[in-house]
Design a protein around this ligand. Structure first.
Ligand code: SF4
Length: 483
């Protein structure tokens, strides 16, 4: 298959990522890979954290040896203090060369995450781009900390359901029902759907990935599909697997593909400490330098998202023991299209705070089943026209989001968002506008009449209302289905 976005090849997100690696010498990569392994061990092993906290270097050395870390624990202590031990943290990171090296690496990878988010904005369709921008702004206030939400423009499932059945699954994946086999018919359908997505979403499709509430390795043809994705989009989309040890040859094949300058970093989700040990036994530190290890087990420092199965089945004390987020949260990271190839289903989705009404942490704005790529295109175009208007028109209904509370404070007005507890200070001049918007939905026409009656300037009000819309402060009064 031929790339549909060849002119963008040099600007690919993955090139930015490979530059992070290319800027470092082989020796630096080796040191960084060992430091990463140490940091992963600290995050996963309560015993290592305890022994370092108590300065028991003998036990710490033993843990490092069993994870094949090729650096002395003593040399790694400044990194431990910096990341995990506030009392002993020193402010000057330049004192220690390993610590400096690690901080620069982390800063580069964090910048990459920002680039990832920006790349999703490279859709040539202004309506889609602005809609996604509004979702990003809304999430910042609705969810609070949204650093990890990339707002990818698409996720494509290549199976129906998931065979793993994690008890905490934030997406509450249904049971595995089968996969999209790489038959001649399916592979041409895949090629046509990728073409449609690329034509409609443009270079923003770089942020897409080929799983959602599915496990990539459940589809034995997964590698063939991501090779096609590479041919069309120009990069290997991110792979996250919770089964890196199920078929080690498969995992090695995937990692080998990703050892390419046009590849996104991979992620392994680990379900118990033995898996961490085993992964460290099988793969070298350098193999895993660009693989994020998400350690989903007791004793690890990863907090589980209180969404999906955990939200629906958990108890308050359970949440505390398991180290979940304090309030509802989300792992959903797509503001765009969720496509399931075997079911031929497509949904327009965007992240939200998981709660009893939206337990999966994302809203389905619209959905349909498609027979072929042409119908997929029709749905995308139709949804952009229906739900993504750039400007409010006089017949639209507007209302302040229901999670936003207005409080009068001595020097103005404060908008308080519950439960994220985000606070936004506003000038008093927004008072009358907020009063109208906080009541039941009102049409823009009626809203304008009321504001003009109160002696406000037409252009100023229109501008303020549009700003509220762009910041995602207004309720999306178009139909939202409960997932
Ligand atoms: S967390 Fe991932 S691997 Fe586990 S059940 Fe959900 S989709 Fe499957």
């Amino acid at each position: 298959m031929e790339s549909l976005i060849p002119q963008k090849k040099n600007n690919l997100l993955s090139s930015y990522y490979s530059d992070i690696l290319k800027r470092r010498s082989g020796d630096e990569i080796m040191v960084l890979a060992n430091i990463k392994r140490f940091v992963d061990c600290c995050a996963g092993s309560g015993l290592l954290r305890k022994s370092l906290k108590e300065n028991d270097l003998e036990v710490a050395q033993f843990v490092c040896r069993s994870h094949r870390i090729d650096l002395e624990v003593e040399t790694l202590l400044p990194i431990w203090h910096d990341l995990f031990d506030v009392e002993n943290r020193k402010s000057d990171r330049n004192d220690n060369k390993y610590q400096k090296m690690w901080c620069e690496w982390v800063s580069d990878t964090e910048k990459f995450r920002e680039k990832y988010k920006e790349a999703g904005g490279e859709c040539q369709n202004t309506k889609f781009r602005k809609w996604r921008g509004r979702q990003i702004e809304r999430c910042k206030t609705e969810l609070g900390d949204t650093k990890r939400i990339t707002h990818s423009v698409a996720a494509i499932e290549l199976s129906s359901g998931c065979s793993v059945g994690c008890w905490f699954c934030a997406l509450d994946a249904k049971k595995f029902e089968g996969y999209f086999a790489y038959t001649p018919e399916n592979s041409s359908m895949w090629a046509e759907c990728l073409s449609v997505l690329t034509e409609e979403l443009g270079p923003a499709l770089q942020t897409a990935f080929c799983y959602w509430a599915t496990e990539p390795s459940d589809n034995p043809d997964y590698v063939k599909y991501i090779k096609d994705f590479y041919d069309v989009v120009g990069l290997f989309a991110q792979t996250t697997t919770s089964q890196p040890l199920k078929n080690i040859e498969w995992t090695k094949e995937v990692l080998k593909l990703y050892n390419n300058e046009n590849a996104m970093p991979c992620r392994f989700s680990l379900l118990n400490y033995n898996e961490l040990l085993k992964v460290h036994e099988i793969f070298s530190p350098v193999d895993l330098l660009t693989v994020e290890l998400i350690q989903q087990f007791k004793g690890s420092m990863t907090k589980k998202s209180r969404a999906g199965r955990l939200l629906m089945n958990g108890t308050r004390s359970g949440y505390q023991t398991l180290g979940s987020d304090d309030v509802g949260s989300t792992i959903a990271c797509v503001s765009g299209y969720l496509v399931n190839m075997p079911e031929r289903r497509v949904c327009l989705v965007t992240p939200c705070m998981a709660d009893r009404q939206m337990p999966l942490g994302y809203k389905i704005i619209d959905e349909c089943f498609f027979k072929d790529a042409g119908e997929l295109r029709d749905f995308i175009r139709g949804s952009i026209d229906t739900y993504m208007q750039e400007y409010l028109s006089s017949d639209d209904y507007v209302r302040l989001r229901q999670d936003i509370e207005i409080r009068i404070i001595p020097d103005g007005i404060e908008l308080v968002v519950t439960p994220s507890n985000v606070r936004i200070k506003c000038s008093e001049r927004y008072g009358s506008m907020l009063k109208i918007l906080s009541q039941d939905g009102v049409s823009v026409r009626v809203f304008m009449d009321k504001m003009l009656e109160a002696g406000k300037d037409y252009f100023e009000i229109m501008n303020d209302l549009q700003q509220f819309y762009d910041m995602g402060f207004l309720e999306d009064l178009s139909a939202v289905k409960v997932n």
